[in-house]
Ligand binder design. Structure first.
Ligand SMILES: NC(=O)c1ccc[n+]([C@@H]2O[C@H](COP(=O)([O-])OP(=O)(O)OC[C@H]3O[C@@H](n4cnc5c(N)ncnc54)[C@H](O)[C@@H]3O)[C@@H](O)[C@H]2O)c1
Length: 340
């Protein structure tokens, strides 16, 4: 039997959830909810089988959905998700899951008490490209991971309630959380604001991980060109993941540098030799990430799989964002990331 799903928030992203739920073999799109009645009618017209609501409480009481997907502005995630959990539903919350680590903890504790599940939309984890990237890095093909460098810039949609770090970095941080496998222990963040909002619209994050791996993220809503590129540099090989490439999103370069230290006491006598080998681009499936993600959610709710992006993963990303926010406010100071 299909699981009953509802989408709350039908702005930019919510309609993608509605479309994927309606096209899924696992879910029936039973309800749509948005405060904006005109938007509700516009999106709802595509899904006549879904009942329309401007009020979440009314929707929960009437539909009793199995899953509520929340695609509203970040500041409202915690309150709406808590209400949906209390109404008996499991929740699928857009990234970033909440505005604070404390809110994430509360939500997870509430779900635990009520025997419900929290999922977070860390969309990129469900792309063929990130699956391949993860396989290459965690499988040891690139050797030891040295550093990650990411650029995620464009003329972005300015968000009313969050800055560019909270808007764009969840994508990088969720990929890093997945591929590196541990949380960074500290963050330094610098940023600048060029709008009357007072929110950073250009930012640079530096993350330090246990074991010496570091990551640098460049985030911007103010770039004339769109770039979505991550470098994963290893001792044997390096990977460039370019999400804007149509076909060859993941390229593995057999390029690198070998160091031959002749005399450890005299570090200046290091011989550097450059390796320039082949580049290969494995074929990666182009299935829409949200469809794969919702399949995993359904399998978890049916007790057939573990969640690949759970509320615990959402909370881990929020903790890094919170540390970055503190560092930004302190002009780039090193801020430890709170542990789980
Ligand atoms: N996973 C992704 O790749 C991705 C991409 C874009 C946005 N997002 C996330 O999706 C969320 C929404 O972003 P957006 O750009 O679609 O925002 P948006 O402002 O375009 O849309 C938000 C919608 O929520 C509605 N809304 C607000 N409060 C509500 C409430 N209390 N009850 C019902 N409806 C309410 C608004 O009327 C609006 O229609 C954010 O968390 C954002 O980070 C995720």
């Amino acid at each position: 039997m299909k699981l009953k799903a509802a989408v709350v928030g039908l702005g930019y992203w919510g309609p993608n959830l509605a479309r994927n739920l309606a096209g899924s073999g696992d879910f029936a799109l039973a309800a749509l909810c948005d405060l904006d009645a005109a938007r509700l009618e516009r999106v709802g017209a595509h899904y006549p089988a879904a009942e329309r609501f401007t009020d979440l409480d009314a929707m929960l009481a009437r539909i009793k959905p199995d899953l509520v997907c929340i695609a509203t502005p970040v500041a409202s995630h915690h309150a709406l998700a808590a209400k949906a959990l209390q109404g008996g539903a499991h929740v699928f919350v857009e990234k970033p899951m909440t505005m604070t680590g404390a809110q994430s903890r509360e939500l997870l504790a509430l779900a635990e008490r009520l025997g419900r599940k929290v999922f977070v939309d860390h969309t990129f984890l469900f792309t063929g490209a990130v699956a391949e990237l993860n396989k290459q890095v965690t499988g040891g093909n690139i050797g030891e991971l040295l550093y990650i460098d990411s650029v995620r810039i464009n003329l972005g949609l300015f968000q009313p309630d969050v800055d560019v770090v909270w808007d764009l970095a969840p994508h990088d941080l969720s990929i890093l959380h997945h591929v590196v496998g541990v949380a960074p222990h500290s963050v330094r963040a610098m940023g600048s604001c060029h709008s009357p909002s007072g929110q950073a619209d250009v930012a640079y994050l530096h993350l330090d991980y246990p074991g010496g791996v570091s990551a640098h993220l460049h985030l911007s809503w103010l770039s004339p060109v769109k770039v979505r590129r991550m470098i994963f540099a290893g001792t044997k090989q390096s990977i460039i993941y370019d999400d804007l490439e149509a076909a060859e999103k993941v390229k593995i370069y057999d390029h690198g540098v070998d160091f031959d230290v002749k005399d450890l006491e005299e570090r200046r006598r290091v011989l550097v030799s450059y390796r320039k080998g082949d580049m290969r681009a494995p074929n990666v499936p182009a299935t829409e990430a949200l469809a794969v993600e919702l399949q995993n959610v359904a399998a978890v709710l049916r007790g057939q799989a573990n969640a690949r992006a759970s509320g615990v993963d959402g909370a881990a990303v929020v903790r890094v964002l919170e540390a970055a926010q503190r560092s930004l406010a302190q002009g780039g100071a090193l801020v430890p990331v709170e542990s789980a």
